[in-house]
Structures are given as structure tokens and as C-alpha cells.
Design a protein around this ligand. Structure first.
Ligand SMILES: Nc1ncnc2c1ncn2[C@@H]1O[C@H](COP(=O)(O)OP(=O)(O)OP(=O)(O)O)[C@@H](O)[C@H]1O
Ligand code: NI
Length: 352
């Protein structure tokens, strides 16, 4: 049943070469006007519902405690769309990616629903799909094996009869991403940071993945390389992939994404459409998203006081209560539900 990842070499090569050949590299962010509400009719390729994640920890080797890092988290990713995930450090972005890929540490306890292509994504299915239908472009380039030649890492394990074909494809992709022919024989330590990122992107492209999760692929890149990197994701989405782009860079996310999910302390506070950020962010639904908008350089970096609650700071109300400018007394009790509003989602009692 799960042999969709099976490759028909000739057909596959033709379509994938087309994917990497001569695409327009601009990132104007022009998109069809699909909004979350309209898209509801289409089935999500990835559906995460009410996900919770905790780690079992032992203090002084005696007492066992549960550290909850993700709670009641729901997101959907659609074919042909880029979903950006933004949020402060420690809000659970990478852990969500690791949960989808099935690469969490053994002391992690995962609850809730993850569905891929309409079926539950069990640990077994995650392992089968990883690096094939579902690809991760990891946050740290140290994920590359330091002792393996680049070409072998990008191509991965393939049957002998497909090796020649994959090699040809890898060379086309490297050319497309300005990686010189000698890069394929190099070891990771010989690459610059930018080259290593392009190698990681190539790994996702060659795998013909349908769901691509890129974890912070752009930090420290100059403007050109940033736009170039973003254009790779745009290409992937244009070819029908569902792309999840995890980033701190909201401006970059706004250039290419369709939807922006805002994470805070391990949950989603808002899923906005990119259009909602226009007109001074007037259509944004949550005070935190508005605060993020105000903190952008063009909006004079107006930050808000306070910090995201730590995992062990128990809150009995809205998770954003302490920092909220719109809070009411009732917000200090009970967690607001994630609800649909104006073609997006919001977790706020006062949003209407
Ligand atoms: N193995 C672990 N054991 C205990 N806590 C963990 C573990 N891995 C991550 N955490 C905690 O879970 C929280 C979420 O981590 P995560 O890496 O998902 O954050 P993030 O949103 O990706 O942050 P960043 O933007 O810095 O990459 C953090 O507070 C982190 O300290
Ligand atoms: Ni992270």
C-alpha cells in the first residue's frame, strides 16, 4: 500500500530534471489568493491535531518529572503551499519537525494525532517515509555525516541499478544550485555555510519528497543567498510539494509563504494568511502576532515586555496572559480554544 515512494526511474528523472531546470528564481511572493477557509475543502497532506509532547526527566537521579514542551498543537500543511512556522526560541518548532519525522529522543512522550495523506503517521510509517516522501532540511548543518562524501549523502541509499540515474540527477541539481562539480567529492568540513545549506536543500529535492520541512534554513545568509534559498522552497511548492518553513525571519516568511503559524510556548496562537500582514497588520487576529508585526524593522522594532513562559511555569489561563495588552479577567482561567476566524485560526477569547 505504501509503495508511492517507489520510483519509476525514467519518468521520475524526467519530471525531476524539469523541476530543477531553468526555473525563475525571483521571489515576488505572488500567489493564488487561496485562504485557509477556502482550502478547507481540500484534504491536508499533513494534519497535526492536538499534539502534546513531554520529556521524562530525573532530578538528582531520584524524582521523575514530566516536562511538557508542546501542548494542544494543531496545524495543517497543503500541497502546493508554504506554511511558515514562526515563534520565539524554545516555542517547539524544531520538536514539531522531529515529531513528524519520528526522530525524537527516547524519553519523549508524544500524544495526539499526526496524519499524512489521510492516514495515521505511525512511527513505522515515519521511518519508511523519512528521506523519501517526507524530507527534513535540518536546523544544524552538523546533521551531515562528517565522514561521508557529499555525493553519497545527497543520493542516499539507492539500488545499484538506479545509481547512474541518481548521479545524473544529483549533478543537474548541483548545477542548478551553483554547486561546482568538485563539491560531490568533498567532505562536509570542506564546505562553506552557504554551500552546506544548498547541499541540504539538494538532498530534499533529489528525494522527490512531497512534504519538505525546512528548519531555519536561512540564518546568517546575505540578501542574495537568502532570496536564492527562498526560491528553492517556492520551486518545491510550485511543483506541488507541501513545504513547512520554520524560521525566525518573518520578513523572509512573508516573501514566499501562504500561511504563517505563530507558535508560543509549545502551542499555536494564530494561523494567518500572508495577506493579513498587509495594511499594517490590521487583519491579524492575536495580540502576539500583532506584537511580532510591530517588532519588525519597518515598524520600528516595538517590542513588548516580558518573556515566553518556561515549561515549568504552570499557567491556568491563556498562555499569553502575562504579556497581553487586551486581556480581561476571564482570560486568567481556562485555555482558550483554537477557533476559526476570517479564513485563519486564533487562540484568543477576545478575537472576533
Ligand atoms: N531532549 C529534550 N529534553 C528536554 N527538553 C527539551 C529537549 N529538546 C528540546 N527541549 C526543550 O523544548 C523546548 C522546545 O524546543 P525546540 O527545539 O522545539 O525549540 P525551537 O522553537 O525550535 O527553538 P529555536 O528557535 O531556538 O530553534 C525548548 O525549551 C527546549 O529546551
Ligand atoms: Ni529550532
Amino acid at each position: 500500500m505504501e509503495n508511492k515512494a517507489e520510483i519509476n526511474p525514467e519518468k521520475e528523472l524526467a519530471t525531476r530534471l524539469e523541476t530543477v531546470a531553468g526555473k525563475d528564481k525571483t521571489v515576488t511572493g505572488k500567489r493564488d489568493k487561496s485562504i485557509a477557509g477556502e482550502r478547507k475543502k481540500t484534504e491536508a497532506l499533513l494534519n497535526v491535531e492536538d499534539l502534546s509532547l513531554s520529556f521524562t526527566q530525573y532530578s538528582l537521579g531520584l524524582r521523575q518529572t514530566e516536562l511538557k514542551v508542546i501542548s494542544n498543537l494543531s496545524i495543517q500543511a497543503y500541497k502546493g503551499e508554504i506554511l511558515a512556522i514562526v515563534g520565539s526560541s524554545g516555542s517547539g518548532k524544531s520538536l514539531l519537525a522531529h515529531a513528524i519525522l519520528g526522530i525524537l529522543p527516547s524519553n519523549a512522550k508524544l500524544e495526539g494525532k499526526i496524519e499524512y495523506d489521510g492516514k495515521e503517521l505511525t512511527q513505522k510509517r515515519k521511518e519508511e517515509m523519512r528521506g523519501k516522501e517526507i524530507a527534513l532540511i535540518p536546523q544544524a548543518i552538523t546533521y551531515l555525516d562528517p565522514l561521508m562524501k557529499i555525493s553519497n549523502q545527497v543520493i542516499g541509499c539507492v539500488e545499484k541499478k538506479k545509481e547512474g540515474l541518481m548521479k545524473k540527477l544529483q549533478r543537474e541539481i548541483f548545477q542548478r544550485y551553483d554547486l561546482k562539480p568538485d563539491v560531490e567529492r568533498m567532505l562536509p568540513h570542506e564546505l562553506s555555510g552557504g554551500m552546506a545549506r544548498r547541499v541540504l536543500v539538494s538532498t530534499a529535492v533529489i528525494s522527490s519528497s512531497k512534504l519538505v520541512i525546512a528548519d531555519e534554513p536561512t540564518p546568517g545568509l546575505d540578501e542574495n543567498t537568502l532570496n536564492e534559498t527562498l526560491s528553492y522552497f517556492k520551486d518545491m511548492a510550485d511543483k506541488g510539494c507541501a513545504v513547512i518553513l520554520i524560521t525566525h525571519d518573518i520578513e523572509a516568511a512573508l516573501k514566499i509563504s501562504h500561511k504563517i503559524a505563530v507558535f508560543y510556548a509549545g502551542t499555536v496562537l494564530e494561523v494567518a494568511n500572508v495577506e493579513d500582514f498587509k495594511n499594517n497588520g490590521g487583519n491579524l487576529r492575536h495580540p502576539y502576532t500583532r506584537a511580532l508585526w510591530n517588532a519588525l524593522p519597518q515598524n520600528k522594532f516595538q517590542a513588548i515586555k516580558g518573556h515566553q513562559p518556561m515549561q515549568d511555569e504552570v499557567t491556568d489561563g491563556c498562555i499569553f496572559y502575562e504579556r497581553c495588552s487586551k486581556k480581561k479577567a476571564s482570560c486568567s482561567h481556562g485555555t482558550p480554544q483554537l477557533k476559526q476566524l476570517n479564513g485563519g485560526m486564533v487562540r484568543c477569547n477576545n478575537a472576533s
